[in-house]
Ligand binder design. Structure first.
Ligand SMILES: NC(=O)c1ccc[n+]([C@@H]2O[C@H](COP(=O)([O-])OP(=O)(O)OC[C@H]3O[C@@H](n4cnc5c(N)ncnc54)[C@H](OP(=O)(O)O)[C@@H]3O)[C@@H](O)[C@H]2O)c1
Length: 207
């Protein structure tokens, strides 16, 4: 399975790239700058022994079976707008959190991706996973991943991927419910600041 991480050079994306490589996925780091992507891929490949290469976002998306969009909300449209054919029919996992506007059902993670790329099978996940947790060396992570989506197979694929990366994942609602995850993330960021931590995440009990 080939997984592309668009924005895989960034804080969260890089952590996921490391985890994917350690879990023996073929990984493609996507970037606006293919040289930057290749540089990052080479470092991760050396560190993990995994199959990691770097490409421009368009090529990365085209080569992938599954795509993680680890992009800031502000730059997402610019990156995704040209990727229609390369992403058609694929599962695209949106990790985004809108820190500038309060998200709602018509403009939340996953819905944002689907509004740009109409023919993808969008899910939203990893919102509540701090980059420091994604980047941590241990395989298993203590946090739950909340998965949102309207396509049951895409949700299952997202849960399976998160599981392979060491997270317990739960399908938590429809795509338009992903604003809830974004709201929790705002709280977690506040807690990390208040308690001077970087890895406060969330774990469900009683499942
Ligand atoms: N950081 C976290 O702890 C965390 C946790 C959960 C969810 N998230 C969410 O996940 C997404 C990625 O977060 P992040 O912290 O990893 O972001 P980031 O490091 O700021 O950016 C990720 C990558 O996106 C590309 N990028 C940056 N600005 C861009 C722009 N204006 N237009 C297009 N591309 C741009 C860059 O890649 P290139 O320069 O290589 O193209 C960058 O390395 C965000 O939506 C964030 O809210 C973050």
């Amino acid at each position: 399975m080939v997984v592309a991480v668009l924005g895989g050079t960034g804080k969260l994306g890089l952590g996921l790239v490391h985890r994917l490589a350690r879990a023996k996925y073929q990984v493609i780091v996507g970037s606006r700058d293919p040289d930057k992507a290749r540089g990052v891929a080479s470092v991760v490949s050396d560190e993990t022994g995994g199959l990691v290469k770097g490409e421009a976002n368009l090529e990365a998306a085209g080569l992938a079976d599954m795509i993680i969009a680890a992009l800031p909300v502000a730059g997402m449209r610019d990156v995704l707008a040209g990727l229609g054919e390369a992403t058609r029919g694929k599962v695209v996992i949106d990790t985004s959190v809108d820190m500038a506007n309060m998200p709602g059902q018509i403009d939340c993670a996953g819905v944002r991706v689907r509004s740009i790329l109409e023919d993808v099978r969008a899910t939203a996940a990893f919102q509540t996973i701090p980059a420091a947790v994604a980047r941590s060396q241990g395989t298993a992570a203590d946090c739950h991943v909340f998965v949102f989506g309207d396509d049951p197979e895409a949700c299952r694929a997202t849960v399976d991927l998160a599981g392979a990366l060491g997270f317990d994942a739960v399908v938590s609602g429809a795509l338009s419910d992903a604003w809830m995850s974004e709201s929790i993330t705002r709280m977690l960021i506040g807690l990390n600041i208040r308690y001077k931590k970087r890895s406060i995440g969330m774990r469900l009990v009683g499942l």
